[in-house]
Design a protein around this ligand. Structure first.
Ligand SMILES: Nc1ncnc2c1ncn2[C@@H]1O[C@H](COP(=O)(O)OP(=O)(O)O)[C@@H](O)[C@H]1O
Ligand SMILES: [Mg+2]
Length: 313
């Protein structure tokens, strides 16, 4: 049996106010030691709120959460020692340089001055930041700042690391570099909870993930199982010149077509055998085809299937 490191049970969070916001409506999941677990969902889904509760920053309305069997709500101080956090926004201390940011974090977590200095040097090396050690956060690119935040987050050897949208707003190259670091941390046995609205990120990094929307988990599985749950190997997105509502059954009845879904401006055809693609296209052309795209199942298609909406803003 794998060891459960994070246990989230029925979390509910309503932000009070004139117009209360139900950010979480009963979220439950468990994360095993060594796993990279993802929360994938659009803006406003409740990802940051979940991470906020797990990291003691937000008090839930109800529900339970434990990290390594420590009750996060009852024993926040003890729980904090077990975790590292990289928040969505840069929280580096602007008045300190890169090395000092690492050093004072270590001190905060109880290191002696000597040990804190040693650990800071080690982290600078590990994250290839040595030549930036004297730089102030303001002078760093987004990618570098994220790397420093990550170095700081793992400085005290947390058992579990929370990364809230770690690559949001980064250029593709910095994003790939950060993925590399995340993979290295995983190989060292760190358990990671990652939130993202990038499906490629969730797909390439996560062992398992929960698709979240409006404060609820819609589906939870490995990326591979989520994609195969669609029951199709290929999708054809078809746009027509005219309204084809009365003719679409022509496509629905083709062998190996398991489903035809009507989206806002197009039809999505689920095909289980690529050989049927030509048949679908022939039928579509005879109905006045305007535009066609052939897509492989992705987590985006899973999200659309679950919500009828696209993941992107
Ligand atoms: N401090 C807050 N006060 C009021 N509403 C909030 C607060 N933080 C988040 N919300 C709302 O809660 C919902 C979930 O937000 P959030 O957890 O930040 O989602 P995500 O990280 O997935 O974008 C959103 O509707 C958001 O506007
Ligand atoms: Mg967020």
């Amino acid at each position: 049996m794998s060891e459960i490191l994070l246990k989230v049970s029925n979390l509910v969070k309503t932000y009070p106010g004139l117009h209360p916001v139900q950010a979480l409506r009963g979220v439950s999941f468990e994360v095993s030691k060594g796993e990279i677990f993802g929360l994938l969902g659009p803006n406003g889904a409740g990802k940051t709120t979940t991470v906020g509760i797990a990291t003691t920053r937000v008090i839930p309305t109800s529900g339970d959460i434990t990290v390594d069997s420590v009750d996060v709500i009852k024993n926040p101080q003890e729980a904090k020692m077990l975790m590292g956090v990289v928040t969505q926004f840069n929280t580096l201390d602007r008045s300190l340089n890169v090395k000092e940011n690492l050093y004072f974090h270590c001190k905060y977590f109880g290191y002696s001055s000597k040990m804190a200095k040693q650990r800071s040097d080690e982290l600078l090396e590990l994250f290839q930041l040595t030549d930036k050690s004297k730089a102030k956060p303001i002078a760093l690119s987004g990618g570098l700042a994220q790397r420093v935040q990550l170095a700081r987050a793992i400085a005290h050897y947390p058992k579990i690391l929370f990364l809230d949208e770690p690559t949001a707003g980064l250029d593709p190259q910095s994003r790939l570099a950060l993925w590399q670091v995340v993979k290295i941390l995983k190989s060292q046995g760190v358990t990671i909870i990652l939130t993202t609205h990038y499906m490629e990120e969730a797909d390439s990094l996560c062992d398992r993930l929960a698709i979240v929307d409006h404060g609820k988990i819609l589906q939870l599985d490995t990326p591979q199982n989520l994609k195969s749950s669609l029951g199709a190997t290929t999708f054809l997105d078809l746009k027509f010149v005219d309204n084809v509502e009365d003719k679409i059954s022509k496509i629905e009845t083709i062998d190996e077509v398991t489903e035809v879904e009507k989206l806002t401006d197009r039809y999505r055809v689920f095909v289980t055998d690529p050989k049927s693609i030509t048949l679908v296209i022939e039928a579509a052309v005879s109905m006045g085809l305007k535009d066609l795209s052939i897509i492989e199942p992705t987590l985006e298609t899973v999200f659309i299937k679950l919500t009828g909406r696209e993941l992107r803003d």
